[in-house]
Design a binder for this molecule. Structure first.
Ligand code: UDP
Length: 272
């Protein structure tokens, strides 16, 4: 995907081979119909650096079990994931599934970890960053904390994620006018994947990433699961205990359907 801010001589295909989709040029594991890139976190960050340097507008998405299940019945989400330049495993269950399917992913590469590392990288590289999503105090708190952590960080702007669909194009144009290089979108799924796929070109950023509830965590308004739970792949359980009414369907039904999809793929092969 290219846009008006692409510089002469810049060509996204230079890094993507003949494929318009960077992910297709990388080793990947097909999980429930989505190609999840087999990259370590360091490799994912390096790949994103190359996307930023290549010019044009690119985006990455992270997937957990619930998102892969949703993409099975939601064509718009599926298309957004298939057209992403990079897809990584946000949930440990996706890594376990890749092992069961015989194409093991190196590791989990979460949205929030990439977000924090890319914010640091942006400060080093002088990339301007725009933050879109979450409630006002959350997005503002995120920006404040990141500026304290990285005083050289160039903030192109920020906006909460509670705008009407009819205001989307205006939000994207405002991002374009801000001359942001990176865009982080924290509006939850599938809203953030839809928004990025539809608007990344209009927003004119070099790279966009959907980061779910990350602004609530980075701002300190919500707590992330302790390290040991993250290591054991139990972050979902921590979140379920804290917000059972909102999340029980996503995790209990979502994880069961995901298991079924993976087992079916393992024994009957991919339907793709
Ligand atoms: N959110 C938003 N706009 C909306 C609905 C939600 O910006 O219309 C924000 C919400 O404030 C929260 C994030 O989206 O910060 C959703 O977080 P969630 O934990 O659902 O994300 P996940 O990482 O689980 O996809």
């Amino acid at each position: 995907m290219t846009n008006a801010r692409t510089q002469p001589g810049e060509d996204s295909k230079a890094i993507a081979g003949e494929s318009p989709c960077f992910a297709k040029a990388l080793a990947a594991s097909d999980i429930a119909g989505i190609r999840v890139c087999n990259l370590s976190e360091d490799e994912a960050i390096a790949a994103i650096e190359r996307l930023v340097a290549a010019g044009g507008s690119h985006y990455a998405a992270v997937v957990n079990a619930a998102k892969l299940v949703a993409a099975n019945t939601d064509d718009k989400l599926k298309r957004a994931l298939l057209e992403a330049d990079l897809v990584t495993a946000d949930g440990m269950s996706v890594v376990w599934a890749s092992r069961l399917l015989g194409h093991p992913l190196k590791e989990r590469v979460t949205g929030i970890d990439m977000f924090e590392r890319l914010a640091a990288r942006a400060a080093d590289r002088d990339w301007a960053v725009y933050f879109l999503g979450a409630r006002d105090e959350s997005v503002r708190g995120t920006v404040e904390r990141l500026i304290i952590a990285h005083p050289k960080l160039r903030v192109a702007g920020y906006c909460n994620g509670y705008f009407k669909a009819s205001e989307s194009a205006a939000v994207a144009r405002a991002i374009n006018e801000s001359k942001a290089d990176l865009l982080f979108v924290a509006m939850g799924s599938p809203a953030q994947e839809y928004w990025i796929a539809e608007n990344v070109g209009l927003a004119g950023v070099r790279f966009a990433l959907g980061v779910g509830g990350s602004f609530d965590h980075v701002s300190g308004l919500a707590r992330r699961a302790p390290q040991w739970m993250r290591r054991c792949g139990l972050e979902w359980l921590y979140r379920l205990i804290r917000e059972p009414r909102r999340l029980w369907r996503r995790y209990l039904i979502g994880n069961s359907v995901f298991l079924w999809l993976v087992v079916r793929q393992r024994f009957l092969g991919s339907r793709q």
